[in-house]
Design a protein around this ligand. Structure first.
Ligand code: NAD
Length: 506
């Protein structure tokens, strides 16, 4: 029986009202549209935003274009940009409780987790600040006496940044500080479900000294406010995190003007466990991997691929621990699994479980929505006897639902792991060095954790193979992603190797 923490009503709560940030001014939308966000854990409206349409998106793009073309931001020294990013990180720390509260109340994630994400986000801003001073190109002094080659890294220009609802502040922090470090200007559009903390980030950047127009933040739905950011000719690059479907649409729109795209998309990540693994550690990581952020996580370890020798033991131990996970009020500091983002999404999660049961999977624990009086919640759920070709084993459920699959040989485990369209991350558990490295090298995923799961660091690149995306975020090359390469080919001394004969040249 899951531990349920019933949400307390948000009595006396003051709804927070937000304008958009365009060209250094906090403004209403041109068409007077308003979006409201209700807390998924409490059912009450908590935020009200001015919503952008194409008119506002175009104004924001024009502002970012002007700020880039006037050259002030891109031509600042790396040290100056770095100082501003460091100030931003300090203000993020100062306002961390407010930001975490907004992310918690709008997304339904547990408050303790939201606070942890803020700490991680501030660290990324500091890491990007360091990279701002280290961005450099190459020189070639090996091309002969007459030639010096210099390869410059230049800011790519105006970047549009589109983010999802599941890690609102963390994901914009995986993109924007690197774009700014490179000297780019930006239009940012967070998910219309969780825009609050990104709008506060706009205030933070103003206070840190980012000049007007360098960062514009608009709120709105994907088709109205997002689509113009993927197709407008004045946008040079689109950095998108979200579903694979919208990622494909983004790439198709961007192709019309050949924009660079960076896409961080869905995942269906396996954790492969061998009989010699430290099972105590693994069981905890399996539960964490499946239910962290209510499973609404691109990195969720939603497929356990378990050696048949330990299948029954692993299934029963993971089920026993799952039943102790605390589900409920996102504002309760002891909650581990919060609310599901929308009622529609909850219905989709439940329908995946129903479909799997109808196709022969067994529900080992959970399996239904949890009625806690307010908001919408899902019980941590384990499905056993899942076959690799079932929808629940191949598609992103994006909820606290874990599918258990069996294998007998290492080759079979790798085959099952690689048998889907995604390739974001994977975990392998064994005390044997050879086993870990064999699986680690053959699994087609951007990150492979060995004897751990979902650890992260600003220094380590993150991104997906195949339909999990294009490009990498974080790591020391993250700033370079927001640059163009320019070759300066310089001749030294009198021209040699003339094309026209001497007689013709006189
Ligand atoms: P989504 O694709 O529905 O929306 C993402 C963003 O795109 C939102 O801001 C949305 O308003 C916008 N959008 C929607 N339609 C658009 C359009 N036509 N043009 C431009 N923008 C549009 O995704 P979501 O439901 O917000 O987030 C969940 C998805 O994000 C999952 O698939 C998850 O795996 C993925 N995700 C991936 C990563 C990663 O790093 N790989 C991280 C977090 C989430």
């Amino acid at each position: 029986m899951t531990v349920l923490m019933r949400p307390k009503p948000l009595d006396g709560f003051k709804v927070r009202e937000f304008n958009m940030l365009i060209d250094g001014k906090w403004t209403a939308g041109a068409e007077g549209k308003i979006l409201e966000r209700a807390s998924p854990g409490h059912g009450a409206v908590v935020s009200r935003y001015q919503a952008a349409t194409a008119v506002d998106a175009n104004r924001a793009i024009a502002s970012a274009r002007k700020a880039f073309d006037d050259g002030h931001w891109p031509r600042m020294t790396g040290a100056e940009r770095s100082r501003i990013l460091l100030r931003a990180a300090d203000i993020i720390d100062e306002r961390a409780d407010e930001l975490a509260f907004l992310d918690c109340i709008e997304s339904g994630k547990p408050i303790s987790q939201a606070k942890g994400e803020l700490g991680g986000a501030a660290d990324i801003w500091r890491y990007a600040a360091a990279l701002a001073r280290d961005l450099h190109g190459e020189s070639y002094n090996t091309l002969g006496d007459g030639t010096l080659g210099v390869v410059l890294r230049e800011a790519i220009g105006v970047v549009s940044i589109i983010t999802p609802w599941n890690f609102p502040f963390l994901i914009v922090s995986q993109k924007l500080p690197f774009a700014l470090a490179a000297g780019c200007t930006a239009v940012v559009k967070p998910s219309e479900l969780t825009s609050g903390s990104t709008l506060v980030l706009g205030e933070i950047l103003e206070a840190a000294g980012v000049p007007a127009g360098v960062v514009n933040v608009i709120v709105g739905t994907g088709p109205e406010a997002g689509a113009p950011l993927t197709s407008h000719p004045d946008i040079d690059m689109v950095s998108f995190t979200g579903s694979t479907g919208i990622g494909k649409l983004t790439m198709a729109n961007a192709a019309q003007t050949l924009k660079k795209v960076s896409l961080e998309l869905g995942g269906k990540n396996p954790q492969i466990v061998f009989p010699d693994a430290n099972l105590d550690d693994f069981i905890d990581a399996a539960v964490f991997g499946a239910y962290f952020n209510a499973g609404e996580c691109c990195n969720a370890g939603s497929r356990l691929i378990v050696h048949r020798e330990i299948l029954d033991e692993v299934t029963s131990r993971v089920a026993a621990l799952s039943a102790k996970v605390k589900v409920g009020d996102p504002l309760d500091p002891s909650t581990q699994v919060g609310a599901i983002i929308t009622p529609q999404h909850l219905a989709k999660i439940v329908s995946y479980v129903k479909g799997a049961s109808e196709n022969g999977a067994s529900v080992a624990v959970g399996g239904t929505a949890a009625d806690l009086g307010l908001g919408q919640f899902m019980e941590p759920t384990i499905l056993s006897s899942v076959a690799p070709d079932m929808a629940v084993a191949k598609e992103e459920v994006f909820g606290p639902v874990l599918s258990v699959l069996a294998f007998e040989t290492t080759d079979e485990a790798i085959r099952v792991a690689n048998s889907i369209d995604y390739g974001l991350s994977a975990g392998v558990w064994s005390r044997d060095f050879d086993t870990c490295l064999t699986v680690g090298r053959r699994v087609r995923a951007g990150t492979v954790w060995m004897n751990t799961f979902m650890d992260g660091a600003s220094e380590l690149p993150f991104g997906g193979y195949r339909q999990s995306g294009i490009g990498r975020e974080l790591g020391r090359h993250a700033v370079e992603d927001y640059t163009e390469t320019k070759t300066l080919n310089m001749h030294i001394g009198p021209r040699t190797g003339h094309w026209m004969p001497k007689e013709a040249r006189g």
